[in-house]
Ligand binder design. Structure first.
Ligand SMILES: [Zn+2]
Length: 370
């Protein structure tokens, strides 16, 4: 085609020909090869099971992976996004795979990056049910609301700060900005801006189907199990298990490449909860954020990290240390290296999403018990 066109192109007809080439050829090309969304990749994990894996680089704000489980009559979706805008893009990807309606949306926990987009499914499928842990009913309107207020109040200042730092070529720790940090901060700015744009109009949808320990149903193709395996990333994380396919969607129990322990976590029980996850004997773990895991290695590394946090913080509190002293005695350097390697940016993420919140949460757990 191109060869034929170039044969006819000369100075006189070039203008006309180029125009007609654009009109005639371009629409046909763009209809055939629908451009993939640059922010995520839809991966087929098993027949009728797809993972929407986010491509935002690991950084300080988060957008979760989504899972589509296509049953005989309808679809179960695991987790929505940090804004309706992102969820609409994910729903558009689902519609390319199937015309079946979404019957269930499972929210693995109450953190808002996993729930803000719920309304998109309600608007598209009025009969949709939202499955959540029963404590979400209490947590979302209380700690959830406080969290949300903080994110909205601080969001604008945070994006301004990141923009200034990018301009100055400096990172949050006042070091020289690396390229990884620049990409991470740029992604954070995009996520926060999308979230803030929706903030005046947030519609927080509470679960309509509650799970305490276990909920099981058949979608006509397979058994779907929704399980509570113990406290970990929050007080009530749910995982979705497909025993036939040996797939587990772990929510934020597993986050890669750097774990997300976070300030609303339960570090003393987190390791044991991950052991329960591995007892499901899944061959594939789809994490809340990050790449699909096809063996236990990453989960085992997380278990070692969490067990080390538990053991070191327990010893520190037994020695009578306060939080400040405990943070000096607890050493997670081996794990920082394992998760962050030589990356300045991932080390910062480890410090702020593992070391600082995990030591605070473990200290809180240990001193509350007394
Ligand atoms: Zn979370």
């Amino acid at each position: 085609m191109i060869k034929n066109i170039s044969r006819f192109v000369n100075a006189r007809v070039f203008g006309f020909f180029r125009l007609s080439w654009l009109i005639l050829i371009f629409p046909a090309v763009s209809l055939q090869a629908q451009p993939a969304n640059p922010d995520f990749e839809v991966q087929k994990i098993a027949p009728d099971v797809y993972a929407v894996i986010r491509k935002e680089p690991p950084s300080l704000w988060f957008n979760p992976n989504t899972i589509f489980i296509i049953g005989k009559r309808d679809v179960t979706v695991v987790d929505t996004n940090i804004s309706s805008q992102y969820t609409r893009e994910v729903l558009a990807a689902l519609k390319k795979l199937t015309a079946k309606p979404v019957r269930y949306v499972v929210n693995t926990h109450w953190h808002e990056d996993h729930i803000i987009g719920n309304r998109v499914y309600r608007e598209a499928f009025p009969k949709v049910e939202f499955i959540g842990h029963k404590s979400t009913l209490v947590d979302l309107p209380t700690i959830g609301a406080t969290n949300r207020q903080g994110s909205v109040e601080n969001g604008r200042g945070f994006t301004e700060l990141l923009k200034t730092l990018i301009g100055k070529g400096e990172n949050l720790a006042k070091q020289k900005l690396t390229e990884e940090e620049r990409l991470g901060y740029s992604s954070d700015i995009k996520l926060v801006e999308s979230y803030l744009k929706e903030a005046p109009d947030f519609q927080i949808i509470l679960p309509t189907v509650l799970v305490e320990n276990r909920l099981e149903f058949d979608d006509g193709t397979r058994k779907i199990e929704i399980l509570y395996l113990g406290r970990a990333h929050t007080g009530a994380d749910l995982v979705v298990s497909l025993p036939k396919e040996k797939i587990v969607a772990s929510g934020d129990l597993i986050v890669a490449p750097v774990p997300l322990v976070g300030s609303t976590s339960y570090p003393l029980e987190y390791g044991a909860t991950l052991e329960n996850l591995l007892k499901l004997k899944a061959k594939i773990i789809i994490p809340g954020h990050g790449a699909v895991q096809r063996d236990e290695a990453y989960a085992r590394l997380m278990i070692r990290l969490l067990n080390s946090i538990k053991q070191q913080t327990e010893s520190a509190v037994q020695r009578g240390e306060n939080l400040e002293q405990l943070r000096k005695s607890v050493n997670l350097e081996e794990f920082r290296k394992a998760f962050a390697g030589d990356s300045q940016h991932k080390s910062f993420v480890f410090q702020n999403y593992v070391f600082l919140p995990a030591t605070a949460a473990a200290y809180r757990q240990l001193t509350e018990k007394k």
